[in-house]
Design a protein around this ligand. Sequence first.
Ligand code: KG4
Ligand code: ZN
Length: 358
Amino acid sequence: MQKKKYILGIESSCDETSVAIVTRNNKDNKPIVLANIVKNQIHVHKSFGGVVPELAARAHSDVIDLLVEKALKKAKIGLRDITAVAATTGPGLLGGLLVGVVAAKTLSSVLKIPFISINHLEGHALSAQLEQDISFPYLLLLVSGGHTEFTIVKKFNKYHRIGTTVDDALGEAFDKTARLLKLGYPGGPQIEKLAQSGDENAYDLPKPLIQEKNSYFSFSGLKTSVAQLVHKQKKLTPKIKKDISASFQKTIGVIIKNKTKNAIDEFVKITKPRNINIVVAGGVAANQYLKKTLIDLETNETKVFFPSMQFCTDNGAMIAYAGLLRYEKKIYSKLSVRPRPRWPLDEKAIFVKGKGIR
Ligand code: KG4
Ligand code: ZN
């Protein structure tokens, strides 16, 4: 019988430290998450209204050993049972990446097991597969704090980006809007909460690039418009905050739905798939309003998949799973690999931020 594989995954690219252990079920070969320990840093960054990179790095290094221990305990295995260790190597904040990468390389050297460098965006791209069978190719809508893109996942390790944001990421737009409304950090979930009891038709906000028949986004004008709206108010009452949150969220819903339709057209043209599988991943995929909006696009041929909440926001399980797939294909990394704060999933994709669309 084949020896059971246990892949330990480390995530530390932003403001969550996470260590997870993933294996496969002996019977059906499906992935099983044995442990997924996540420690957020809300208490560290709260008073600053956003992530402070140096403090984030320190907070990661404070807990990383402890989280490895906790994950092993939860998975009921020992250090010597680990088959390979995977860590997010980018994109993200350099200090945080270093903490996770150094921990992973240390485990790899001491235990004499492979080290596997993982692109954080690949983790998100594959995260929905942790719990659901999704056949390739699929259209990925990745919406996180640092990234917003439509990417065709042709198969594992074959990524073709067809659209992205020319300025802010969607999570960033949520966070900046939340800051303008003085809702604190992290902003996305706060906006969603307030929006539930707000009037989504109270304010008419712009929808940049909506008329363009492509899969590119722009969110910075929307944020500016919220800023102007906020400055016009004599007092930012709870009702105004709720109404702006709801109007903002509705506007985002319209933009995302529209752009996803364009992306589907492109996806169909390029891949000519039998069925249209759409996977929405990243922190913003945790937003239930957006989920409902996108589920609306489902038809007999079109299915929209979301990871469960715990695998939408940053987590070690998606890194361990990407590590498992790489391990099975014997794609290991050298210990000389360095963190890459900027690392596109599709290496051939052009850099468009601030440059307009080409
Ligand atoms: O994927 P993630 O955990 O980290 C990055 O890779 O960036 O995404 C974090 C982003 C933040 O901008 C956060 O505000 C947003 O996801 N987010 C949400 C929600 N939960 C997290 N945005 C809108 N609604 C939510 N419920
Ligand atoms: Zn992420």
